[in-house]
Design a protein around this ligand. Structure first.
Ligand SMILES: [Zn+2]
Ligand SMILES: [Zn+2]
Length: 301
């Protein structure tokens, strides 16, 4: 993470946003500091060479699918404990939930086997840990808290290797990988950006992964979830007064993706900050019957 840029972007928003947006941003600033320190430790990773990387993408495999980073259990467990403690103190959770998070022994449920799988799909790790710790929606330890801590702790172990893997690949080409999931780690795109007509190729948008912070090109008129190119089914929507943050909605699969329109942005562009700021659009999308990953077109509308 470029912490100078993150700080500048966060500071620009803190001048204008208030209420829950400001509280959330301040909380995340603390988290990004923790993640940045973990990320800065040099860890060996052997990226696939250019040929192997291109071949992987052409056959539908992610770059971590051919060469996964090794996440040391001891380091990860320490990161989980640190982030659990931070969240229990600073996330504004109800007292009972904060205590449960602080007192949970994550070390007892994390092992090498689970972590190896987590690099390719963190969902399996979350499901295992939620079950083993008996986390429940009704609390005090909630599945949402467990997922937040596990994912937030994993991110800084993935960003460095992801960067190395993309560098080894060389120039990204949409003909190699035309998917809405991350070509490096396989997670669904968290959000995207649009604009900067001078630096982006004509008909391209850029998608961004919140798990490994990779970016990749994607078609401009295409659903990131189901892949439809039908322009009658695709539209953007935004809150009045905030054209920089928009929902790209698909009437085919009822999926949505948040986009930042860079030309309308007044803050410096940092995708982690944009991801945090545009999170308020999630509730609006869900209220209107859309889901983050779509439903394959079987839902209402
Ligand atoms: Zn990724
Ligand atoms: Zn769709």
């Amino acid at each position: 993470m470029n912490m100078d840029l993150v700080s500048q972007a966060a500071a620009a928003y803190l001048d204008t946003v208030a209420g829950s947006d400001a509280v959330r941003l301040r909380f995340l600033e603390g988290l990004w500091d923790i993640q940045s320190a973990i990320e800065s430790v040099d860890r060996p990773y052997s990226a696939p060479d250019r040929g192997a990387a291109r071949e992987a993408l052409l056959s539908g495999q992610t770059l971590f699918g051919v060469s996964a980073p090794v996440v040391p259990v001891a380091d990860y467990t320490k990161a989980v404990a640190q982030i659990a403690r931070y969240a229990s103190e600073m996330a504004g959770l109800p007292a009972e939930q904060a205590e449960a998070l602080r007192d949970t022994d994550f070390a007892a449920v994390l092992n090498e086997n689970r972590l190896t799988g987590a690099v390719r799909s963190v969902d399996a790790l979350i499901a295992d840990v939620v079950a083993e710790l008996d986390a429940k929606q009704s609390g005090p330890l909630t599945p949402a808290s467990v997922a937040f801590v596990l994912v937030s702790a994993l991110v800084p172990f993935l960003t460095g290797p992801a960067d190395a893997a993309l560098k080894a690949l060389g120039e990204f080409d949409r003909s190699m990988w035309a998917e809405g999931r991350c070509p490096v780690c396989g997670a669904a795109a968290s959000m995207g950006r649009m604009g900067e007509s001078t630096t982006l190729k004509g008909a391209e948008r850029v998608l961004w992964c919140d798990h490994c912070h990779s970016e990749w090109g994607y078609d401009r008129i295409r659903c990131t979830r189901c892949g439809t190119r039908n322009p009658d089914k695709l539209h953007y929507s935004h809150l009045e007064g905030d054209p920089a943050h928009r929902l790209h909605l698909c009437d085919e699969c009822h999926g949505y993706t948040r986009f930042v329109f860079v030309d309308d942005l007044s803050a410096p562009l940092s995708m982690v900050v944009e991801d945090a700021i545009s999170a308020r659009l999630d509730a609006i999308a869900i209220e209107n019957g859309f889901t983050a990953n779509g439903d394959g077109g079987q839902g209402k509308c």
